[in-house]
Design a protein around this ligand. Sequence first.
Ligand SMILES: Cc1cc2nc3c(=O)[nH]c(=O)nc-3n(C[C@H](O)[C@H](O)[C@H](O)COP(=O)(O)O)c2cc1C
Length: 192
Amino acid sequence: MNILGISGSPKAGGLTTLLLDKVLDGAKRSGAHTEKIILNDLNFKACQECGGCDKTGICILDDDMRPVYEKLAGADAVVVASPIYFGNITAQLKAMIDRCHSSWIAKYILKRGLPANKKRKGIFLCVAGKNTEEYFENAKKIVKVFFVTHDIDYLSDLSISGLDAMSIDDPKREAALQRAFQIGTNLSKSAL
Ligand SMILES: Cc1cc2nc3c(=O)[nH]c(=O)nc-3n(C[C@H](O)[C@H](O)[C@H](O)COP(=O)(O)O)c2cc1C
């Protein structure tokens, strides 16, 4: 089972990335093959709506999104992680999702199916500084659209709010990391 983790956080040591690492660790220890993409490390443009994918469903921009498309196509499960920025997912993650307009064209306009018999599952991890639960709902809606476009079932999510008031040894933080590890274990086992 190939599990692809995608982090929309620019912070290497932030809770978003730590939660993603825990999910991937749990999955790996249960036999999955895991890979992580840190969008902030990539060099790619936001969608230009140039129409270059209209007839093929393939984006014509030649940048770091190229391998991301390949990895997305080959993944059995996708774990997306983002902190809340101004009430929603980060710009890095939104830019990647918008670049999947080519996949949307392929699926809904060109009616091209995805590889047969591929069970695909999705998990969303989200972290916020304040206790702003409605922002998680904003973020989930966008991730759900992304998953649907890629025929990925939205399996579950883990949302941690109030990080600004949490110390590094806060039990809630540790519990979240343990939960993330369990999600990874379950995700791996669910498709074995
Ligand atoms: C540009 C920016 C915008 C933010 N907007 C929000 C927000 O709307 N609501 C909120 O609760 N926290 C907001 N935060 C706080 C982050 O969600 C919080 O610091 C989060 O823990 C960062 O996650 P990470 O350290 O795991 O990357 C914002 C932080 C930044 C830098």
